[in-house]
Write a protein that binds this ligand. Structure first.
Ligand code: SF4
Ligand code: SF4
Length: 404
């Protein structure tokens, strides 16, 4: 596991363990901490153990000097923003490390910097094919095993806590937020499309998802081993990197449309284009947690007052104040509506039988889901790519000529 991956993983898991402790779940913290230490020792990778110790030290020091942050005791919006920026920084460093590694391979030198396997998260089709291989053939890919791990991680977060991955972790969502804010500085007005345009645009992401699923489902199981052992799959990550670094004219036009959408309306990319958002939107219906409005406490029903603060705070334009339960596939569990509500018990992210998930609780669940599975697969030997550098050096020279 590369340094950036190890640091991010350990900081996130140690932090979520400390949050469990601070929220009074001492047994939960003990189990989580024991699992973390056990998995680290079982990995036989001493840098991971060293980073675990450093992470414990860092989290302890943060607890000493920034207790509100350490306990995630602040406002949900502040906690979410810190979390988003932490992930964005981590992905940025991963991208730099990946670029250095790929640059050295291209120059024919053995990289001194490890390739961060988490970059395989950007290979969702490979992840889908690998998932199919595991289910239908019991075959685990050796070239990009992290692709299927990250796909499962994202799916798990959706099943448990809706689209919290989009609202709390996705760096593309954060970049879109900044683009939108920049556009608002230049053109102040809100440019929301009417519902008859908004709905078909929202369906675009489902069409994209359907196309990706078709590619995976239509591939006969018998041909999967051949595909996974082929040159195209071996360099799928490098081809993806080249697609972004040396885009064709068609790709540039697509990027332009995506930027325009993100700047035009808040969460425009997540709402209209992102196939991961579509996937999470579908599985989010399974999540037991939903934003629920308690009519006994809401000012509208309890006091007969007029209030729509929750709706006005919602970046997804969901009419929260008119619903008892928000079931929308666009809800990112961002908790902005909960933050904006003047009555503490009127609006909560909760299950049907009243189990509430606070911002801190959501953060614990999200961090644990996102990092425990990568750690466990790493310890089991199913995380790191086994493609030798020599083969990549050879293939990278003829990248354009390698097809399916
Ligand atoms: S309903 Fe609430 S949690 Fe869901 S997207 Fe809107 S503001 Fe965020
Ligand atoms: S902000 Fe709170 S009190 Fe106001 S409508 Fe929404 S849930 Fe009710």
């Amino acid at each position: 596991m590369s340094t950036i991956e190890s640091v991010t993983l350990m900081l996130a898991l140690v932090y979520s363990t400390s949050l469990l402790y601070w929220s009074g779940k001492k047994w939960g913290a003990l189990v989580s901490g024991t699992l973390l230490i056990g998995a680290t020792l079982a990995s036989f990778f001493w840098p991971l153990l060293l980073i675990l110790l450093v992470s414990v030290l860092v989290v302890t020091l943060v607890g000493q000097y920034l207790p509100a942050f350490a306990n995630a005791d602040g406002r949900p919006n502040a906690i979410r923003e810190i979390c988003q920026h932490f992930f964005a920084l981590s992905i940025l460093l991963v991208a730099v490390q990946y670029a250095i590694n790929a640059g050295m391979l291209y120059a024919g030198e053995t990289p001194w910097l490890m390739r961060p396997d988490v970059g395989d998260a950007f290979l969702p089709i490979a992840g889908g094919i690998e998932l199919k291989a595991i289910i239908t053939l019991g075959l685990w890919d050796q070239n990009h095993p992290a692709a299927v791990v990250m796909l499962c991680v994202v799916l798990l977060t959706g099943i448990v806590c809706k689209r919290a991955f989009c609202g709390w972790a996705c760096p593309l969502g954060l970049a879109g937020e900044y683009l939108y804010k920049l556009r608002k500085k230049v053109v102040h007005s809100e440019l929301l499309p009417p519902a008859w345009i908004d709905w078909p645009l929202r369906m675009l992401k489902y069409l994209l998802l359907a196309a990706l699923c078709y590619l995976v489902i239509s591939m006969p199981s018998a041909t999967i081993p051949h595909y996974l052992a082929g040159n195209y799959h071996k360099v799928a990550d490098l081809k993806m990197a080249a697609f972004f670094l040396m885009p064709s004219m068609a790709a540039l036009i697509c990027f332009g449309i995506i930027f325009a959408l993100a700047a035009w309306r808040r969460q425009g990319f997540c709402r209209y284009i992102c196939p991961y958002g579509a996937l999470l939107g579908i599985v989010s219906f399974l999540s037991p947690f939903k934003i629920r409005r308690n009519t006994q406490h809401c000012l509208i029903d309890a006091k007969g007052m007029s209030c729509d603060k929750c709706t006005r705070a919602c970046p997804a334009n969901i009419s929260v104040h008119t619903q008892k339960t928000v079931r929308s596939d666009e809800c990112q569990a961002c908790l902005r509506c909960v933050s904006a509500c003047p009555k503490k018990q009127a609006l909560q992210l909760s299950t049907r039988n009243g189990i509430n998930l606070s911002a801190r609780g959501l953060l614990i669940v999200l961090l644990t889901l996102m990092f425990m599975l990568p750690l466990l697969t790493y310890v089991s030997g199913y995380w790191h790519s086994q493609t030798p550098d020599g083969i990549k050096m050879e293939l990278i020279q003829k990248l354009n000529r390698i097809g399916h």
